[in-house]
Design a protein around this ligand. Structure first.
Ligand SMILES: [Zn+2]
Length: 303
């Protein structure tokens, strides 16, 4: 019933808005799903286009359902960019429909499957949290830059120049993250979060990661998951776990309580930005600042 409703809504919006060019400023409009993507695209296009991000701070993309306002933005977009690999788990049908008449770019298409992490929970699926390996994200940025530079509506020269300079900043950030994480003693280098958002981060920067829930917050966790994680923490004498800004902290509080019951002191090491960035005006509201904030929080709590 709900699906039918969304589809009807989508069709209504699609047919009521003609494919007319776009913004008040006359600039092309690029609509992105996540904040991380919108920020990447702002850096790529500069003043060339208007960039809209649908999912703001604290929004969980796995559970996100498009609003009527989103459908309007999507239907008036010149280009739509989404993450893919089922990150936007409830928007697949909408993208399928829009693909018939819109230019759509998928971030995950930048990477061969050999670079992706296979999902332990869903057979044949891959972990969608690409942005936490900064070097990998830089490949995504380069891919989007090349694709966007080929569109007639944008100035090729400035797009390619912007892409190169942002990509250089990402490579610098990548090296900084490696150096910072290496400051944590290897026996303490374990990152525990509410859901498995940090698989690529762990692989890239040599830190063991564990989430209470799997790679999607759609999956349920049970009492056994909590007690297994408590045993792991007590066994390894881990001193901090981390909540996520886009996931309820209830599950991790149960883990902390379990540890304390078992006589193991543990603290919440801070809130990490996992699937959504910080407030727009803040440093953490940009990808570079978000990564720096996360890394500083992790290093401070685990060192
Ligand atoms: Zn996630």
């Amino acid at each position: 019933m709900k699906k039918l409703f969304i589809l009807t809504l989508l069709l209504t919006v699609l047919f009521s808005c003609q494919n007319s060019p776009t913004t008040d400023s006359g600039k092309p409009k690029i609509v992105c799903t996540t904040g991380m993507l919108a920020d990447a695209v702002v850096n790529i296009v500069g003043e060339e286009a208007e960039v809209v991000g649908l999912m703001g701070p604290g929004v969980d993309p796995h559970l996100y359902k498009a609003t009527q306002g989103d459908l309007k933005e999507l239907s008036s977009a010149d280009v739509i960019i989404y993450n893919g690999l089922h990150l936007e788990g409830k928007m697949g049908e909408i993208f399928e429909k829009l693909a018939e008449r819109k230019k759509i770019l998928v971030a995950a298409d930048a990477l061969p499957t050999s670079k992706l992490i296979k999902s332990a929970d869903f057979q044949g699926a891959y972990d969608p949290h690409l942005w936490f390996d900064v070097a990998l994200w830089s490949k995504v940025v380069e891919h989007l830059g090349i694709e966007l530079s080929q569109l007639e509506i944008l100035d090729k020269g400035s797009i390619l120049q912007n892409t190169a300079s942002y990509s250089a900043q990402l490579q610098e950030l990548d090296q900084w993250v490696s150096m910072e994480i290496a400051k944590i003693d290897s026996s303490k280098r374990v990152l525990i979060t509410a859901h498995d958002a940090f698989g690529y981060f762990g692989r890239a920067y040599n830190i063991e990661v564990k989430g209470l829930q799997g790679i999607s917050t759609m999956s349920e966790y049970g009492l056994k998951d909590v007690s297994d994680l408590v045993n792991f923490i007590v066994d390894r004498k881990i001193q901090a776990v981390f909540v996520e800004s886009s996931v309820s902290d209830r599950s991790l509080k149960a883990v902390v309580e379990g540890c304390i019951k078992n006589g193991h002191e543990i603290s919440i090491g801070g809130t990490l930005y996992s699937d959504a960035m910080g407030q727009e005006e803040s440093e953490e509201g940009k990808y570079l600042g978000m990564v720096r904030y996360n890394v500083n929080t992790i290093v401070e709590a685990l060192r």
